[in-house]
Design a protein around this ligand. Structure first.
Ligand SMILES: Cc1ncc(COP(=O)(O)O)c(C=O)c1O
Length: 431
């Protein structure tokens, strides 16, 4: 143990030299240094210097009950007595899916570790059905080549000048004239119609990040799915951020949109890696021939974790009928507190926070002056971090059940200090 801690301290002194980090993990900084985390409890995380932070990143969405929840940990530990991995799937997998899909009797599920895997599986199943490799995509749907190549900054607001610049154009395969990957950018039916017409016969799959549903309506989305289906595409609702977070199965199920496949991920297991691809029996019957699984698909720890997570979230809590409803209340209140702080500082025209899809996620919303200003925006995160608050920008932030214990007066004061120092540092002002 001592050796491990000494080793960690030494490595952090070297500034994370050995970790192949992504842009994402570099975002969290205090005193202009990237943070290295040592532990979490409930809604708070600590860095390696022992500094606490209110965590609204939640591992980018998976943590939904809270860090190191005692009941969650103890129940998983006792389930571990059954082992980690069997030669094939276990009764725990079967029972979990039976419960998860109880309102979708015709459906089956395939287990994966990450949502990128599940979305790749969905693309392959679609191509097995209709023989076409082209894809229409709206939103971030994973990091595999065909998911991320030539994509936008999808989480930026529709009117952001930073949104449409194409990214990830290097070193990607499975993208080209025979297998076009097209972006449905404006979420207008006219532009979708044009994409479908101009690429008729080459498109096999339509995939939609359900988080973007906040920017349109169930009626438009139902029409979009109908248009895609008419053109012979299979439709996928990617509920990686939303499934298990806004409700047990997410937006498409709740709004009876009838997508051919649903991808669930992130929040299902409070941080343990699991993703489930859901589709009807006939479609999922291709899974074997399409070779849709890997060594760890049948691993059991995440299914223990997912079972316990669902069990905890299904219970009434506070005035809410279940955990999902409570998460909406919690995030809505946090967004209101941040907005209230911005109002007190006099910068609410520049930045405020708004709940997304009911409130289990919230996002910073910028005025025109700040929207295109990357420097101001990243300084804002640093200002919050210096006050012990970690959140996301240009992406929704996430809450967990443990955040119901937040002291809102304390949060207001910290947010006020953060916003005040940000406004001073950046000289935020109207032209
Ligand atoms: C909508 C959506 N789809 C897919 C993914 C990819 O998930 P993973 O990182 O588990 O591969 C993400 C991750 O942020 C996502 O938000």
């Amino acid at each position: 143990m001592d050796y491990f801690y000494n080793y960690l301290t030494m490595e952090s002194a070297l500034n994370l030299d050995r970790i192949a980090h992504s842009k994402i993990t570099k975002k969290f900084r205090t005193d202009n240094k990237q943070l290295l985390f040592s532990r979490g409890k409930d809604g708070t995380v600590w860095d390696d210097l022992g500094r606490p932070y209110l965590d609204f990143v939640m591992g980018y969405g998976p943590v939904i009950i809270g860090h190191a929840n005692i009941e969650y940990n103890e129940r998983i530990c006792s389930l571990l007595a059954n082992g980690m991995m069997m030669p094939g799937y276990s009764e725990f997998h079967e029972k979990y899916l039976g419960h998860l899909l109880r309102d979708r009797p015709g459906d089956r599920g395939a287990f994966f570790k990450t949502a990128s895997e599940a979305v790749t599986a969905a693309f392959r199943l679609a191509a097995m059905e209709n023989g076409r490799l082209g894809i229409i995509r709206a939103g971030y749907v994973g990091w595999h080549d065909s998911q991320v190549a030539n994509s936008l900054k999808w989480h930026e607001p529709q009117n952001s000048p930073l949104r449409e610049q194409l990214r990830y154009t290097q070193a990607m395969r499975g993208v080209g004239p025979d297998e076009p990957i097209l972006n449905w950018v404006d979420l207008q039916l006219e532009s979708l119609e044009t994409l479908l017409e101009e690429n008729a016969g080459r498109l096999g799959c339509f995939v939609f990040d359900a988080y973007l549903a906040d920017r349109t309506s169930p009626t438009i989305l139902a029409e979009a799915l109908a248009m895609c289906r008419k053109a012979g595409l299979l439709t996928v609702f990617d509920e990686t951020k939303t499934g298990g977070r806004i409700s047990p199965l997410g937006y498409a199920h709740d709004n009876a949109l009838g997508a051919d496949m649903i991808v669930l991920g992130k929040a299902l297991a409070n941080g343990a890696p699991i993703s489930v691809l859901v589709g009807n029996r006939e479609l999922m019957a291709h899974a074997e021939q399409a070779r849709l699984s890997g060594t760890f698909s049948k691993e059991m720890v995440t299914v223990y974790a997912a079972t316990v997570t669902a069990d905890i979230l299904e219970r009434p809590i506070g005035a809410s009928a279940d955990g999902w409803q409570e998460l909406g209340t919690i995030g809505t209140a946090i967004a209101a507190t941040i907005t209230e702080a911005a109002t007190r500082v006099g910068v609410a025209d520049f930045v405020r926070a708004e709940p997304v899809l009911g409130g289990s996620m919230f996002e910073l919303v910028y005025g025109d002056h700040v929207l295109g200003n990357k420097k101001w925006r990243s300084e804002l995160l640093q200002a919050f971090s210096a006050e012990g608050i970690l959140l996301l920008e240009g992406h929704p932030s996430f809450v967990c059940l443990a955040h119901r214990e937040i002291d809102h007066e304390d949060l207001t004061q910290r947010a006020v200090r953060a916003l005040r120092s940000w406004a001073l540092e950046c000289e935020v002002h109207h032209d």
